[in-house]
Design a protein around this ligand. Sequence first.
Ligand code: SF4
Length: 64
Amino acid sequence: MKLVVNWPLCDGNGMCTVEAPELLDLDDDGNLVVISETVPPELVGKAGAAVSVCPKQALRLEKS
Ligand code: SF4
């Protein structure tokens, strides 16, 4: 699976990084950083939680 960010919607609140810190982080300026766009099978659950928690609907999971 692939984790895709709709960048214009993302406001950098970082809630997704709590759910999937292996995949998502914030930089020092509070901007979202995608550590890995490719989601390994063992992290699909965490990626889904990150998608669900995003208040801006800025994340989605796609088949890669
Ligand atoms: S939770 Fe959504 S809006 Fe917040 S940093 Fe993550 S992708 Fe951006």
